[in-house]
Ligand binder design. Sequence first.
Ligand code: GLC
Length: 501
Amino acid sequence: MLSPILRSISQPSTPQIRKRPRHVVGTMHQKSMETFLGGVRELFTAPLDVGKLLQLSGELRLEYLDRLQSSPISMLPSYQHTLPVGSETGDYLALDVGGSTLRIAVIRLLGRKEDGSSDRQVRRVRQFEIDKAIRDLSGEAFFDWMASRIGEMLTMYGHMTGNASAQLAMGLSWSFPIEQTSPRSGKLLKMGKGFRATEECSGQDLSELIMRSCRKKNLNVVMRAIVNDGTATLISQAYKDPSARMSLIMGTGMNASVYLPVSALHRSKFGDRPEAWFDAADHVLVNTELSMFGKSILPITRWDEDLNRAHQHPGFQPLEYMLTGRYLGEIVRLILVDAVADAGLFDGQLPDRLDEPYTLDTKIVAAFEEDTSPNLAAARATFLKAHRMRTKLSQSDLLFVQSVARLVSRRAQAYLATALHALWTLRTEAEGLETGKSCHVTVACNGTILEKYPGFRAQTQTYLDELCVLSGAANGAVTLEMAPESSLFGAAVAVCCLEGT
Ligand code: GLC
């Protein structure tokens, strides 16, 4: 059943936009483009009133509570039950498998400095693009590819541990869901982000798959820790900032991690773990898989429905489909394609390749938000480089694209703040605190959208502040802090924390 809000939003009250032949040009188009844009604005901004967002936050919190009791694919508890204290030291090999890159690094943890802060360094790092051909590798072929890249790195820096024959302890930051079966291993779950690696290996042990491929190449490495990238980010920030209790990833994909009392999760969520773990654990780091929430709660538009319908995994990650780098461009593209046909955008002519799914890169959308010049020259050049046009790209077309970009990204920022506010409220309650009295919480952040998309983090923070204040907390009760290189550092710190266990 659709919620009442969802129904009212997905069935716009604005007049239906008339289909017109593509060749009709002139002032009528201009007016029609305005009408079209008004309809888009109505759909994208109607849910963003802060009172309504607070209500949505309440509904999301109930969904989180439900999944803490019983979901096999979200609210996944890790084995980490303490946060690092910042005194951890050593050299580790950190792997970071993201949606579009594999990074391999040697990380040195230096522990506490005299001023009380903690220090760490990236000693060496190599980055490999994960393009479509690699995302399409299924089964072991993907892990063999990974092992080859690790091998290249080890060959290049063969003496990096100071002793070429020393075995190197590896930590993996994995940007996909995983069901942890020990601190060092976990079962592969469906990957998303266009990856096919799980297709022949779903449910198999991730550590064993990687190690098998490494052994085939005689690599002297051993997998010591596997963490989701959201969890890695929280671990990394906690190494230097004791107020870190949540993390947020916003890149190709999105996720959040949170440090919760063990009692907040149903015992069945922990799978088969030794009693000793429960004896030692008071809290646990939880990978929320936040991308999977919000279906039937957050209002959507017909373009979200189109995107979902055409997706490889419809309904799998509803929040992600509205928020992240992989989808912002696609939502804008779907709107533009409709506007070409219905309102004569681009003189009714589709620019090159704009009709192909996922061709409008979010970088192009970001360029429209970045460009504050009156003639939008930089945005124009970026757009035309990717999508050539036979007709002239007019100023009003450019302004139209810019407005659509703003509407799509504002909604993403508001929904993101709402999802974080819901998580923060849940944590506050689980700790037995009142929202008005809870201590300041840092959300450790990572991901290209937060780093690079113009104003994204600042606007999300503004929505978050408004929600905190409306729910009785102080302005700035929850702050978003960038945590650079947190996947790599988090993987290394996780290995160090587990040594001797
Ligand atoms: C996706 C994955 C999740 C990951 C996130 C950020 O949503 O499901 O595991 O943490 O992207 O990379």
